[in-house]
Design a binder for this molecule. Structure first.
Ligand SMILES: C[S@@+](CC[C@H](N)C(=O)[O-])C[C@H]1O[C@@H](n2cnc3c(N)ncnc32)[C@H](O)[C@@H]1O
Length: 283
């Protein structure tokens, strides 16, 4: 995404999936604002993606639920007082998971952030002050600088959630951002992000559904640019000294109780990375 471009459509799309997953009989989470934020446009985009990638709703629900759990662990068990949502889109964690003394920071591309703030202002009851908003284009700006200017402290640990963003960036932007996170954050911090495989990112997946999904988001104006089958080399070069990778099939097994190979989760993972070995156990 370029700084002059419009607000993210993929952010609206995943918001619609959050709204749908919130209505499950046994939801993994409930986002009471997602439906109104997604609106007709978000739901229409999600509906158009459905036939191309049928497991999208489940995949998104697992991603949101796992990262919610990470936020709860950070603030309730590990006493982390700063939660940073990078590339926040229409994320509502600041409103859904507030805790006394915990500051949420939302960092996003200026176009998307402006659109989000306009939408939030029309939502009755949404606590707009639950986050501090900082704009940043990861392709050319330093998120740490933007965060510090907004009151963030690099002398206190933080949980950084970078959800649904890395695939849309160039490798240069992923490297620059990861390097700043690894070297500037308090060493007790943790960064979590999801990523897609290299074949998926380059349009060389053997699965037609994967290729159609990639084409679809590209047509929304946000081409998939970066993928990797192993983020450890890049993360170690950027300065991280502890990395773990989770598989969405493992999350599905744990959270919804089954494994289905044809869900095509094999190219998508979540990475956890820290500047030093954490003393506490991350879920
Ligand atoms: C698929 S949305 C994910 C939104 C949100 N994290 C979620 O999961 O609901 C992609 C997000 O990445 C952000 N993004 C894409 N390119 C960016 C860039 N160069 N700089 C900053 N943010 C960017 C978009 O603004 C958008 O909010």
């Amino acid at each position: 995404m370029d700084v002059t471009s419009a607000a993210s459509k993929t952010a609206l799309m995943v918001c619609a999936y959050r709204a749908r997953a919130s209505k499950w009989k046994q939801p993994l989470f409930v986002d009471p604002w997602a439906d109104a934020i997604a609106g007709e446009e978000g739901h229409a985009i999600a509906k158009a993606l459905d036939p191309r990638f049928p497991p999208m709703e489940l995949w998104l629900a697992l991603r949101v639920a796992y990262l919610d759990r990470l936020v709860s662990t950070a603030v309730d068990r590990l006493d982390i007082r700063q939660v940073v949502i990078l590339g926040a889109g229409y994320d509502t964690r600041a409103a859904r998971l507030p805790r006394a003394g915990v500051q949420f920071f939302e960092v996003d591309h200026p176009a998307t952030q402006a659109a989000k703030r306009d939408k939030l202002a029309t939502l009755a009851g949404y606590p707009v002050d639950s986050a501090i908003y900082a704009s940043c284009n990861f392709e050319r700006e330093d998120p740490i600088e933007r965060l510090i200017a907004s009151g963030f402290s690099t002398r206190e640990p933080a949980l950084v959630v970078w959800e649904g963003v890395v695939p849309y960036l160039t490798e240069a932007a992923v490297r620059a951002t990861a390097t700043r996170l690894a070297t500037a954050l308090d060493p007790r911090s943790l960064v979590a992000f999801d990523f897609v495989g290299k074949r998926f990112a380059t349009g060389q997946s053997l699965s037609e559904q994967d290729r159609e999904t990639r084409g679809f988001v590209g047509e929304l104006g946000e081409p998939i640019q970066y993928g990797t089958d192993d983020p450890l080399p890049l993360l170690s070069e950027c300065g991280f000294r502890w990395v773990r990778v989770l598989d969405f099939n493992e999350l599905a097994l744990e959270m919804v109780g089954d494994y289905q190979r044809d869900r095509l989760f094999r190219f998508q993972h979540i990475a956890l990375a820290a500047p030093t070995t954490p003393t506490a156990q991350w879920p």
